[in-house]
Design a binder for this molecule. Structure first.
Ligand code: ATP
Length: 243
């Protein structure tokens, strides 16, 4: 079966700074993969490469078997890749509905807005009673729901979710993960960048661990907790303990 996403030996850089070194990973249809690792190792960069926001300097990105390396981001979204970015990517001074309409006009055209709005409110019922509220006055969790709704006009083939739980209260993180679980059940594959390891492990089938811009481990989520604990333990042992 054709993979939804394949990265082959991807390198990426920000100007002279090399952020990724020969990263390869595959996500099958409907599969959920967690991308884990310490701060600054390149998780967000992998997420951006996967959705076409960062072009690889070398290597290949395939979506559904089609080589999209270096293609503009709209080709990725047309191929079914949605990106829910880190932070609260909403227009604070626009209403909930206007935020959605703005996105849906771009992705679906004028004719598709009404249907897309109905689907968004069906999937994120918390947003409907707040449709006229300014997005900036929503709670952190509601803003995260809105930023997810903006990219999910229809169940995408792959949702790339970057740190969706960042800064949220535990109960809201549960709600966000509940939504991700429902998306998964609807057949969407997931690439989840997450600091909150237990949630990611509970949702995902596979884990890819990154360290310094490279994949250091790729395996079943059931084995990941032991591997992570072992790596943290080794790191602690390697650190100097003083004179
Ligand atoms: P975090 O968990 O802190 O979000 P991360 O694992 O997602 O980190 P990235 O955000 O992908 O890591 O960053 C990887 C490296 O690239 C870091 O050293 C970061 O400082 C650098 N970097 C990220 N974005 C840029 C940018 N726009 N310009 C220059 N360097 C950048």
């Amino acid at each position: 079966m054709t993979a939804v996403l394949e990265l082959h030996d991807v390198c990426a850089a920000y100007g002279p700074f090399r952020a990724l070194f020969d990263v390869s990973l595959t996500i099958g249809p409907g599969e959920a993969v967690a991308l884990l690792g310490p701060n600054g190792v390149g998780k967000t960069t992998v997420a951006r490469v996967a959705s076409g926001l960062v072009a690889p300097t070398s290597g290949r990105v395939e979506v559904d078997g089609v080589d999209l390396s270096g293609a503009p981001v709209h080709r990725y979204s047309r191929a079914g890749v949605a990106h829910a970015p880190e932070g609260r990517s909403v227009f604070a001074t626009l209403s909930v509905e206007d935020n959605l309409v703005l996105s849906f006009r771009q992705s679906k055209g004028r004719q598709g807005v009404a249907d897309a709005l109905a689907r968004a409110f069906e999937f994120f019922p918390v947003l409907e009673p707040r449709r006229r509220q300014l997005a900036g006055t929503l709670s952190g969790g509601q803003q995260r729901m809105l930023s997810m709704a903006r990219v999910m006009v229809e169940a995408p083939k792959l949702l790339v979710a970057d740190e969706l739980s960042l800064g949220l209260a535990p109960i809201v993180v549960d709600q966000v993960y509940d939504t991700l679980g429902r998306l998964r059940e609807a057949g969407t594959a997931l690439l989840i960048v997450e600091q909150h390891v237990p949630h990611a492990l509970a949702l995902c089938d596979r884990v890819v661990l990154l360290g310094h811009g490279a994949v250091v481990w790729d395996g079943p989520a059931a084995d990941a907790a032991d591997v992570i604990a072992d790596k943290v333990f080794r790191q602690a042992q390697d650190e100097p303990t003083g004179p």
